[in-house]
Design a protein around this ligand. Structure first.
Ligand SMILES: Cc1ncc(C[n+]2csc(CCOP(=O)(O)OP(=O)(O)O)c2C)c(N)n1
Ligand SMILES: [Mg+2]
Length: 556
């Protein structure tokens, strides 16, 4: 080709496509290969585009929109990668609302693709099918990035920007809406937009040095790891070892430092260490409970590492705030500490002793711990545990050993009952290479237990345990202990969960104690099919004294 022709500027190619086709091509160009969804007339053209994408984009359809959204959340949490779900407007959107709210609270990259009534009727309150007042306003309140796709020409860039927004700054969900009469409308579409370049914030080396100085001089550093530290496990492990700093991970921070390391702590040891610390290094955590419940004083200096520039000073201005992704910032911090030649005496023995003492205290929770031991023995090291708002879950947050990041999925501050089963189903679908275990109370399980049908339909070999005490046990115990045993709205009429599972075509097993649970788990993981294990249990001892603890600082 002559040189002059090769250099000649050509207009970017355009193709005629529907809005839905452009949106789907963009999802695929971003490496998304699954959409968790529940169809309806508003999104028919979108689903037709999914259909014609064939193997490039599989649709996992669920039995309720909350199932679709929780599955996308579970897939996002288990992989750390963006995931998408699609629902009809109005009731479809609201049905998915608790999951979207949870994705927001957990900073999880979940893209909601939501239908809309006819474009010309939006905002006019005519009463169209699934109309909801100010849908755009509602989704804009639920997520940080939302937009409305108006035509085929802008579909690709809007989808690409939405996906990009989910990992920029503080990660989190995004939402797109598109009217029923627009998805199928054809138009000239510029080239499909692939992943937009990441623009990580520049790391402030002066601040890194200031943080390193503080940490280098400190005598008793405590690291607090939150969900934002899940992808910086290596760096946190190294820092912990260099500084001989214990790492507190409670709900979302579990697994950042391997539980087998004596420096890996949960509550209440974390609170004791908070009380003793001169410097706290808080990574990817709001630090709400430590600061609110345990207190701060002038002898405690805090270094924050956070993706969100607004987060560090929300409750209490830190000494140093480092803004950006945790892993690269911590690597710089480690480099600086190496330069300062920081050395520390081993706290191995001290921490081992303290851990042993804590184990003694925690024997109060013996019934829960025995079941957790059975689970830990049978769940492989890289298996994923999905938490619930139930007695076994509360104890797991304190005492379940977690060996790797992203293998302990807990819902964070929303702590919403009923998230577990469908979230675990999404995690298992996205990570078919490892076993996933969903634990549930009998109250929480029936929020999304209907998704057993999805497990069967899409052959997702999730194993779920349901601990059956015939009650919203946590509520019941509070009423017994704090309200003179005046019980209200806490007893449950349950199905036979084994028969329930079997009626879907899933495997059902029963276990009466931790030993039987162990056997049932072993058989279930070997079976690799959708499975439910019912475990009848008595009321369990309260974990709350180990979770809500009095102040240790700022007492005057
Ligand atoms: C969405 C939502 N609704 C209500 C609650 C309040 N709540 C917390 S625990 C609980 C009872 C849980 O019952 P179950 O799942 O059987 O677990 P158990 O305590 O019996 O082990 C309730 C209703 C909540 N956390 N989230
Ligand atoms: Mg219960």
């Amino acid at each position: 080709m002559p040189k002059s022709r090769a250099k000649k500027k050509t207009k970017p190619a355009t193709a005629e496509m529907s809005t839905a086709e452009a949106a789907v091509a963009t999802l695929i160009a971003h490496g998304l290969n699954t959409i968790y969804a529940l169809p309806g007339v508003h999104n028919d053209h979108l689903f037709d585009a999914f259909q014609r994408a064939g193997d490039y984009l599989r649709v996992i359809h669920t039995r309720h929109e909350q199932g679709a959204a929780y599955m996308a959340l579970g897939a996002a949490l288990a992989t750390g990668k963006p995931q998408a779900y699609s629902v009809v407007p109005g009731p479809g959107l609201l049905n998915s609302g608790a999951a979207l709210l949870t994705a927001y609270g957990m900073n999880a990259p979940v893209l909601a693709i939501i239908g809309q009534i006819p474009g010309a009727a939006i905002g006019k309150s005519h009463g169209h099918l699934h109309e909801i007042r100010d849908q755009a306003g509602i989704i804009a309140r639920l997520v940080d990035h939302s937009s409305h796709i108006r035509n085929a020409g802008e579909a690709s860039v809007k989808v690409a920007k939405a996906i990009e927004s989910m990992s920029r700054g503080r990660p989190g969900p995004a939402a797109l809406e598109c009217a029923i009469d627009i998805w199928g409308k054809r138009g000239l579409v510029p080239p499909i937009v692939g992943p937009l370049p990441a623009r990580p914030p520049k790391i402030d080396d002066d601040k890194v040095r200031a943080a390193a100085k503080l940490l280098g001089k400190a005598k008793r550093v405590l690291i607090v790891a939150g969900g934002g530290a899940q992808d910086a496990s290596l760096e946190v492990t190294l820092l912990s070892s260099m500084l001989q700093a214990p790492v507190l991970g409670y709900r979302r921070g579990r697994g950042v430092l391997d539980s087998r390391d004596p420096l890996s702590v949960t509550l209440p040891l974390g609170r004791d260490l908070w009380g003793e610390a001169d410097v706290v290094l808080a990574i990817g955590t709001r630090l709400l409970n430590p600061m609110n419940q345990w207190g701060v004083d002038k002898n405690l200096q805090i270094v924050r590492v956070d993706a969100d520039p607004d987060e560090p000073a929300r409750l209490h201005k830190p000494k140093v705030a480092l803004v950006g992704n945790a892993a690269p910032i911590l690597r710089r911090l480690i480099d600086q500490l190496v330069k300062f030649n920081v050395r520390r005496v081993s706290r191995h023995n001290e921490m081992q002793e303290r851990q042993a003492k804590l184990r003694q205290r925690l024997t109060k929770l013996a019934p829960q711990l025995a079941f957790l031991e059975a689970i830990r023995t049978e769940l492989p090291e890289d298996g994923i545990y999905v938490d619930e708002v139930t007695q076994i879950g509360f104890a797991a947050r304190l005492a379940f050993p977690v060996y790797r990041p992203r293998t302990f999925l807990s819902p964070g501050y929303q702590d919403n009952l009923g998230w577990g089963y469908a979230t675990a189903l999404g995690a298992q679908h996205a990570r078919s290479d490892v076993p996933v275990l969903s634990i549930n109370g009998d109250g929480g399980f029936l929020y999304t237990g209907n998704e057993l049908a999805t497990a069967i339909r899409h052959r997702i070999p999730l194993v779920a345990v349901v601990f059956v005490d015939g009650a919203f046990g946590n509520v019941r115990r509070i009423q017994q202990e704090q309200f003179g045993n005046r019980l209200i709205a806490c007893d449950l009429a349950n199905p036979d969960f084994v028969k329930y599972a079997e009626s879907f075509g899933a495997a059902g097993r029963r276990a009466r104690d931790p030993d039987e649970l162990r056997v049932a788990l072993r058989e279930s993981f070997a079976g690799r099919e959708p499975t439910l294990i019912e475990v009848a249990v008595a009321a369990m001892p309260s974990p709350w004294e180990f979770i809500h603890m009095p102040r240790v600082r700022g007492l005057q």
